[in-house]
Design a protein around this ligand. Sequence first.
Ligand SMILES: [Zn+2]
Length: 172
Amino acid sequence: MAKKTTAKKAVKKKAVKKQTKQAAKKKTAAKKKPASAPKKSAKSKSSKKLTPRQKVIQQIKQNLINQKEALLREAEETLSALPSELNFPDMGDQATAETDRNFMLRLRDRERMLLKKIDETIDRIDNNEDFGICEECGLEIGIKRLEARPVTTYCIECKTRQEEEERIAEGG
Ligand SMILES: [Zn+2]
């Protein structure tokens, strides 16, 4: 009984060995092929040619980052001017998170919404998603409009129509 098992094992072992040998052979053959295929490297900025529109969009993104930083700085100054129990030094990470949360809560709604929009817009630019495409009609939003209002998701025609409809709805 024991002998039989051993024999079986040996056979199995042999088969495995054969397989491994074949795999090794295959690998060698593959290696011999010239590596002509271009490497799929991470998007390198230098090799990626930007269209004029994309260049402007990158500039818009930079402006958004600046605007965001300015907003946060401004908000921070406003907060530090307030007498607050939050102004304790040497607080742990948890306390810092708590401060951040309170900080965000204290930002005026309008600023908070704007910051959110800015973040979303930067994300959309980074992911090359639908940035600069009108949500309503699917056409490209004019670059001038994007420069003036980067967080917009509507082209001027659709936005104008919406505002007109709103005005009518409000009876104004
Ligand atoms: Zn549109």
